[in-house]
Design a protein around this ligand. Structure first.
Ligand code: NAD
Length: 254
């Protein structure tokens, strides 16, 4: 069985991912702000460094997979959205790349968002700064944008592009990286947006063709697939688990 690190393990989708993987007999390294094996703040460079060091120590420098799930929603401050959703993923995965390679066929799944595809046609400069690995500039542009939905979309667009770039590099080394783009999923993050005076109405009215939000286990099922040998030739894919939301918004773009 595999050793798998899961960020955002204490709540929502990450907790469901842990339940599934543990039930399948895998050994887990849970990372979160609190209530995890490794308590670390992925919004800061120091927190990411600590998370990487402690993960390497816990897995003895040999890791089979990472599920990068930790994230914040539109109700978080702009710089925290940038820090966790983009740099919290890239800093953690970059730090673990050698350990993933050491396992022979390391795998990763990034939990992106259907919101990331809103920016595919015209990425905002803050997303470009994220992809240039310039956190200070990305945070400055995000703060200036004063538009949490755009910051969230930019963070998810950038982390998806990062993942696809990595998939090209990793594929040559027998490693795989895929991205899951969930639509609305019933978690504390989603509830916070629904309860927010600024975003609640829009979030409530943005409903997938299937007429409901997803549940965390439905995203965890996708993670199970992407970490299994059933997806052995799947690399660099963006798997929408969104009840048809992306098909509804971007019917002709895929
Ligand atoms: P959640 O709030 O239930 O879980 C997120 C977890 O990330 C929490 O345990 C939280 O403590 C952790 N986290 C937040 N900031 C952190 C930090 N600085 N350092 C370490 N850990 C931190 O939310 P969720 O809905 O399960 O979100 C999981 C992922 O799914 C996120 O990346 C989110 O953007 C993505 N997503 C969620 C939805 C949705 O509707 N719920 C839709 C699309 C994408």
């Amino acid at each position: 069985m595999s050793t798998i690190a899961v960020t955002g393990a204490a709540s929502g989708i990450g907790a469901a991912v842990c339940q599934h993987l543990e039930a399948a007999g895998h050994s887990l390294i849970r990372v979160d702000l609190r209530n995890a094996d490794i308590n670390a703040d992925l919004s800061t460079a120091e927190g990411r460094k600590a998370a990487v060091e402690q993960t390497l120590s816990a897995c003895n420098n040999r890791l089979d997979a990472v599920v990068a799930c930790a994230g914040v929603g539109v109700t978080a401050p702009a710089t925290v959205i940038v820090g966790v959703n983009h740099f919290g993923v890239t800093g953690y995965l970059d730090g673990l790349e050698d350990a993933l390679a050491a396992s022979g066929q390391g795998k990763a799944v990034i939990i992106g968002s259907v919101a990331g595809s809103h920016m595919v046609a015209a990425p905002h400069p803050m997303a470009v700064a994220m992809l240039d690995n310039d956190e200070a500039k990305a945070c400055q542009l995000a703060a200036e944008a004063d538009n949490p939905s755009a910051v969230y979309a930019a963070s998810k667009y950038a982390v998806t592009v990062y993942g696809r770039r990595k998939a090209v590099e990793w594929g040559k080394r027998g490693m795989r990286l895929n991205i899951i783009a969930p639509g609305a999923v019933e978690t504390p993050l989603h509830k916070a947006s629904l309860d927010d005076a600024r975003f609640g109405e829009a979030v409530k009215n943005f409903v997938a063709p299937m007429g409901r939000a997803g549940v965390p286990a439905e995203i965890a099922d996708g993670v199970d697939f992407l970490l299994s040998d059933k997806s052995a030739f799947v690399n660099g894919s963006v798997l929408f688990i969104d009840g048809g939301m992306d098909a509804m918004v971007r019917t002709k773009t895929f």
